[in-house]
Design a protein around this ligand. Structure first.
Ligand code: ZN
Length: 654
């Protein structure tokens, strides 16, 4: 364990609440302590209200906040006395508990307090820190875990047998803690769940957490259960994009909506997925109960989604009572001997969170096995958390899903102009986007998990195949394709047009698109909501210009290619439509000087030149992207083989 406390940093935090923020973030920075919203912290402060009354207040982590990035606003203030009285009740339903918590806050705008608020109140210390430390849950998830925890900590910690989080746990802790705690108590272990530390200062409570977890790590090390053998390095030699796309389609059908499927680049998880023991070791509950809402109760081994669904149905039937309604039957974690660890989600962020959780779970399982035997909670306890209304509420927050949630788009010529505008629009509507461009800036165009920029010469078919392979591994398949990459050579009459230039234009504007369409077709065919293609054509298709023979001919041929594809691919449910833009001047091709030169050529002002169309309007890359992306959406669900101009109206075309 690394103690991240830094006196200089800490000095900037003066109030108790500020220090609470500081050490909460320190905990949040260490994924071996808490992952993605796990864990919670609190501080008890006495304050004077507007009427001059002195009040004891519990500031406790609010739901929806992550310890790593929490701020003071993430700690709703709750009346401590009221929480302590609630802890004495024999029972309290979940809706009543949430209502009590909300009604006894001192800030109407604060987030809902953690469901562990009453537990935090019941611990008689100013600062309370709670994590799901890997090392501690490793030891508690073994058959003789309780004895081992006693071996590690002696009587420094109070140990509480597993109770489901929420009011019942708070009540049990309120009762048992008082009986067991003494002067030397510095923490509390909740079996199969996690650990608490506490103290009068933020620093001491944090230090105790680090020390306690270090003791657990030392214990594992002393029992040859800390250092894991290094797995063999990853080899991604065999192509697997089609296998992934088939699996993603099955998963999406089981879920009832398009899912992202990510192949995790983690050698240990890959080796675990291929190991003999995986069938037994992976088929128990999660390392700590709240992981279940992300990961489901167990991973799927192999690719038989239907069988997984049946087993999930059985698990539901065995544990449900009448008020429960079954959730979707799709797995979130998949362990396949060839494909390794795969995770799914409504978007890549979710799939990555699940991947992070499962990579930690693999280490926890392996260390517990090295120590003695991995033994997670039984199904009934996991079910109770999975189907706990308060946990389900965490997932359903954030209302309607964006239009392309769970879907994947690939855009060529994506580093600038119309291509980049398409990327932006697709990202804003929830798609994961792969951008190809010959310009190396594409790789760093955006640093976000839902964007993958690949430098790629589209005339190199192997490079295209490689890009599709990376798309499959990152996101699981391909739903949408925007063919935008193209070149517009300087004007040249047919009399001056040499073969090389002609061939080069045909290569980029026509042949490359054929190659990509051919290679993408098997993936588009497997798109859960059917495949869609949009071609960025040109006004030149119907109204060519002198001096642009190669460009006009290439775009006209591409147009025919799209029309034939619409005929051939309709049987596969794939729609392909074209947009024909004209005079889009906010692209890399058009510098101020070129624009001025063209305007001079026609004896026009730049403004008149830019708007020389029937509607006298300017057309931007974003306008074209808006239309192109609409064509990928529901509005065009029943249209294929269409060609829509976006040119402000052209008297040669209308
Ligand atoms: Zn917890």
């Amino acid at each position: 364990m690394k103690n991240l406390w830094n006196d200089t940093d800490a000095a900037q935090y003066t109030t108790d609440l500020d220090l609470r923020v500081y050490t909460s973030r320190l905990l949040g920075q260490d994924p071996s302590l808490v992952l993605h919203g796990g864990g919670n912290t609190s501080v008890k402060i006495t304050e004077t209200n507007l009427l001059g009354d002195r009040l004891d207040i519990l500031y406790v982590k609010g739901s929806g906040w992550d310890l790593e990035t929490i701020e003071a606003a993430g700690f709703p203030p709750v009346k401590l006395d009221h929480l302590l009285r609630l802890a004495q009740l024999p029972t309290l339903s979940d809706p009543d508990m949430v209502n009590e918590l909300r009604c006894n806050m001192l800030d109407a705008a604060a987030p809902t307090p953690s469901v562990e608020a009453i537990l935090h109140a019941a611990l008689p210390y100013k600062f309370v820190d709670h994590t799901h430390a890997d090392a501690v849950v490793t030891i508690t998830n073994t058959p003789e875990g309780r004895q081992r925890i006693a071996d590690v900590y002696g009587d420094r910690v109070v140990v509480i047998a597993y109770v489901m989080p929420g009011f019942d746990l708070a009540r049990v802790v309120a009762e048992q803690f008082a009986q067991q705690a003494h002067q030397g108590t510095i923490g509390m272990v909740l079996m199969n769940h996690g650990i608490f530390s506490f103290a009068d200062t933020a620093k001491q409570s944090y230090n105790r957490m680090i020390d306690l977890v270090q003791m657990a790590e030392d214990y594992l090390a002393a029992n040859n259960a800390w250092q894991l053998t290094d797995p063999a390095p990853l080899s991604n030699a065999a192509e697997c994009r089609l296998d992934l796309a088939i699996l993603r389609k099955d998963l999406s059908l089981a879920k009832g909506s398009a899912m992202i499927l990510n192949q995790r680049n983690d050698p240990r998880a890959r080796a675990f997925a291929a190991s003999d023991g995986v069938k037994v070791l992976s088929q128990q509950g999660p390392a700590t109960p709240d992981h279940v809402i992300r990961t489901k109760q167990r991973p799927m081994i192999g690719r038989d989604v239907a069988s997984y669904g049946e087993a999930y149905q059985d698990y539901f039937a065995a544990n449900a009572s009448t008020e429960h309604r079954i959730l979707d039957r799709a797995p979130r974690v998949i362990l396949d001997k060839d494909l390794g660890l795969l995770t799914t989600g409504n978007n890549i962020k979710e799939a990555n969170i699940i991947g992070d959780i499962y990579c930690h779970t693999v280490e926890i399982i392996q260390r517990a096995t090295a120590l003695s035997q991995w033994q997670a909670l039984p199904d009934e306890d996991i079910f109770a958390v999975e189907y706990w209304v308060l946990e389900q509420a965490k997932l359903s927050k954030g209302s309607s899903a964006p239009a392309f949630n769970g879907e994947i788009a690939l855009v060529t010529g994506a580093a600038s102009g119309i291509g980049k505008a398409c990327v932006d629009r697709l990202l804003s509507q929830g798609a994961a986007v792969v951008g190809l461009d010959i310009n190396p800036v594409i790789s760093d165009l955006y640093s976000r998990s839902d964007f993958l920029g690949i430098q790629c010469d589209v005339t190199d078919t192997n490079a295209l195949k490689d890009a599709l392979e990376r798309t499959g591994r990152a996101y699981g398949g391909l739903d949408m394709l925007i063919l935008n990459a193209g070149m517009f050579p300087a004007g040249r009459t047919i009399a001056e047009l040499d073969d090389d230039l002609w061939n080069q234009v045909m290569q980029v504007n026509l042949n490359a698109n054929l190659s990509l369409m051919r290679e993408a077709h098997p993936l588009l065919k497997l798109a859960p909501n059917q495949g869609r293609v949009v071609i960025i054509g040109s006004k030149n298709v119907s109204a060519p210009g002198p001096g642009a023979a190669a460009y006009s001919a290439s775009k006209a041929a591409l147009n025919q290619l799209a029309r034939v594809a619409a005929l051939e691919w309709a049987a596969d449910g794939i729609r392909i439509n074209s947009v024909h833009p004209d005079a889009v001047f906010d692209t890399g091709l058009w510098t101020e000087e070129v624009l001025q030169a063209r305007a001079d050529h026609y004896a026009m002002s730049v403004h008149d030149y830019k708007t020389k169309n029937l509607l006298k309007t300017e057309i931007s890359s974003a306008d074209v992207a808006k239309l192109a992306v609409s064509m990928l959406g529901k509005l065009y669900a029943k249209t294929t083989g269409a060609q829509v101009p976006i040119d402000g109206g052209n008297d040669r075309v209308v």
